[in-house]
Write a protein that binds this ligand. Structure first.
Ligand SMILES: C[S@@+](CC[C@H](N)C(=O)[O-])C[C@H]1O[C@@H](n2cnc3c(N)ncnc32)[C@H](O)[C@@H]1O
Length: 286
């Protein structure tokens, strides 16, 4: 799949997901975003950029930390995500935020104009993220920093799913996906450099960063029920899987996931899953 078609599919999926993204009784992106901001530690008065900001899980807590003297620019390729983020900023009363529709792989922004570039679960969508990292280095002022998250990828883990779910998805279902969407292909094309810490450090080094810190931590994901988790999975990157599954296979997978997830609940409580997340920070090397 060429990169333009790929981006169109990603954009369409997130435009369709925006109205319900991260709002269906599952806690994941918000706690992950808050933790990323904690590790990035933006300072009052700074100017920051959030690439693939979605509804602002990272952008809004970061904007709150830099205060009224600071400014936070959120960019996203999906117009509907930007519109929802603007509404969310208004709801939270956060005024120092600017939002623009923009391809985060080729940000059209002035050189050396940011103190911090953020990207939570978004650089993983860029067809050539390593080239984009070098562009982010160019956007940073001297001593500026980057902070982003990705899943902790392993070769047997389906993208965007914790390892415990991998075996619930029969590989035969994946035959219905176009070759480029097969997990192995996706992994090879987009994610392999993120998997091995030494490769990730080398990629950041080549892009012009130093002092690379990689921290893998579990985000305690909670979902009010198995059904809520499956509904939620349609509102983020997994939508790209669901939309390729023929109806009967999608219905069977939905039932299988709900049963397995509900089996994790204790006394009618929520589903709790520890999801490994990789937090990466680095400083521009000048
Ligand atoms: C899984 S969401 C994460 C959103 C947000 N950072 C959060 O943590 O909730 C991925 C986001 O990246 C955006 N995205 C994907 N490709 C992009 C690109 N090339 N440029 C800018 N945004 C992109 C999607 O539209 C989506 O909003």
């Amino acid at each position: 799949m060429d990169s333009t078609l790929y981006k169109t599919k990603v954009t369409d999926a997130f435009n369709e997901a925006a109205a319900t993204y991260d709002r269906l009784g599952v806690e994941f992106f918000t706690p992950m975003g808050a933790r990323l901001v904690e590790l990035a530690a933006p300072q009052p008065g700074q100017r920051l950029l959030d690439v693939g900001c979605g509804l602002g899980a990272t952008l809004l807590p970061a904007a709150a930390r830099i205060g009224p003297q600071g400014t936070a620019l959120g960019i996203d390729i999906a117009q509907a995500m930007i519109e929802e983020a603007a509404r969310e900023a208004g709801r939270q009363g956060i005024g120092n935020v600017e939002l623009r529709v923009m391809d985060g792989e080729h940000p059209d922004l002035p050189a050396r104009s940011f103190d911090l570039v953020l990207g939570s679960y978004s650089v993983i969508f860029l067809p050539d993220a390593r080239a984009a990292l070098a562009r982010y280095a160019g956007l940073l002022r001297d001593g500026g920093r980057i902070a982003f998250t990705s899943p902790v990828f392993t070769r047997d883990t389906f993208p965007f799913l914790p390892p415990m779910f991998t075996e619930l998805i029969p590989m035969s279902l994946l035959d219905h996906l176009p070759a480029a969407w097969h997990p192995e292909q996706l992994h090879r094309q987009l994610h392999s450099w993120l998997e091995v810490p030494a490769d990730l450090t080398a990629a950041l080094d080549k892009a012009g960063f130093t002092d690379v810190r990689i921290t893998d931590e579990n985000v305690p994901m909670t979902a009010v029920s198995g059904e809520a988790w499956v509904d939620w999975s349609h509102t983020q990157g997994m939508r790209l899987l669901w939309q390729h599954l023929p109806g009967p296979e999608a219905a069977a997978l939905r039932a299988r996931l709900i049963t397995a997830l509900d089996a994790l609940r204790e006394d009618g409580g929520p589903v709790r899953i520890e999801v490994p997340v990789r937090y990466v920070t680095a400083t521009v090397a000048r």
